[in-house]
Design a protein around this ligand. Structure first.
Ligand code: SF4
Length: 346
């Protein structure tokens, strides 16, 4: 593994330069469910703005979510921010160097703690992220879906037994690289893999069945109407979502769960001569349900009337010319980009 790493492993990633526990932590959190090439620009913007834990702790949640916009899974950003405050207050702005203390911080699980210990502190520790699960399930022939506890337990035993005492940082990076470049989900590049001759899946032609798939579940479909209200000065009304729950702390269009309620709100708030354009419905999928979104674009000639629904502190008029530094939900960025592209501002 280390010979392979010396020749082919990644050594120039931004978080491999000026390696600190903070930078390793940030990269590990960003890399959860996200590919390296997507993470790089976010990591660079984030570390330019918040080069240290203290600076992250001192920022507002809006600033953090703004820099996270587009990366998804926003609980990661909120937890990072919360954990930065704890690290600053309780650990003098240095990430702790024990598994238990790291795992006690919001958003840091067993594998992320292991990665921080191994890569930043060169402590013997193990990781088991999605890529490593795939490599080990194939190499050792561990059947079953790795999301299942009994399967994950077996994989943890294996990853711990394989982790070396020496060069733990390089080994940890190496196994992550292997999963990201050779032992990929479909069409793994086994002929280039240093473990080809003793890999269970390769030798027994079991690549298609390892690792085991997640059992299929049918998730419900919900629907909503989003009101894209454009002021007479070309700004869009956004509401801040409660910090707990779906899209917590992000800014989104006012929304009605049923189309007729949306229309009532419009009748109440928008001048009769308001121009309305219904955009095509599209689907946004969360882990536990699909949301079918019908965007209704409205422009009122009277800002006075639109102000009726924008007086609360958790509302603002968003300027696409001079965007405020806030976190936006995916549908907001998608709809605004679509409107811009098609010139369909009403
Ligand atoms: S031989 Fe193929 S399946 Fe086995 S570990 Fe290497 S890349 Fe993965």
């Amino acid at each position: 593994m280390l010979n392979w790493f010396d020749q082919y492993g990644s050594k120039d990633l931004p978080w491999q330069q000026d390696t600190t526990a903070y930078r390793v932590w940030l990269s590990e959190v960003m890399l959860q469910q996200t590919q390296v090439k997507t993470v790089i620009p976010y990591f660079e913007k984030f570390t330019q703005r918040f080069p240290t834990v203290n600076q992250l702790a001192d920022s507002s949640e809006d600033e953090v979510l703004h820099l996270w916009t587009g990366l998804g899974y926003y609980a990661r950003a909120r937890n990072l921010h919360k954990a930065a405050k704890i690290v600053t207050e309780q650990y003098n702005a240095e990430l702790p160097a024990t598994q238990d203390e790291l795992e006690a911080l919001p958003g840091i699980g067993r594998s992320t703690a292991g990665a921080i210990l191994a890569i930043a502190y060169h402590e013997p520790a193990s990781i088991l992220d999605g890529n490593v699960k795939r490599v080990l399930a194939r190499y050792k022939g561990i059947e079953g879906w790795p999301g299942q506890k009994s399967v994950a337990d077996k994989l943890w035993e294996i990853t711990e037994a394989l982790s070396p005492q020496l060069r733990i940082a390089d080994y940890t990076q190496a196994i992550m690289d292997m999963g990201a470049t050779l032992c990929v989900r479909s069409k793994p590049r086994c002929e280039e893999c240093p473990f080809e001759t003793d890999c269970y899946a390769r030798q027994r032609d079991a690549l298609a069945s390892l690792p085991g798939k997640k059992p299929k579940t049918i998730i419900p479909v919900r629907s909503t109407t989003m009101l894209i209200i454009e002021s007479n000065t070309g700004e869009f009304l956004l509401h801040k979502r409660p910090s707990q729950g779906l899209w917590g702390g992000l800014w989104s269009f006012p929304e009605c769960s049923e189309p007729e309620i949306g229309n009532k709100l419009l009748d109440l708030c928008i001048a009769e001569d308001a121009k309305k354009t219904q955009l095509p419905t599209f689907r946004h999928t969360f882990t536990h349900f699909h949301l079918d979104i019908s965007p209704l674009v409205v422009k009122s000639d009277s800002k006075h009337q639109t102000n009726v629904i924008s007086e609360s502190e958790s509302s603002l008029w968003y300027s696409t010319e001079k965007p405020q530094e806030i976190g936006l939900t995916r549908p907001v960025t998608k709809i605004l980009a679509q409107l811009k592209e098609t010139g369909k501002f009403v």
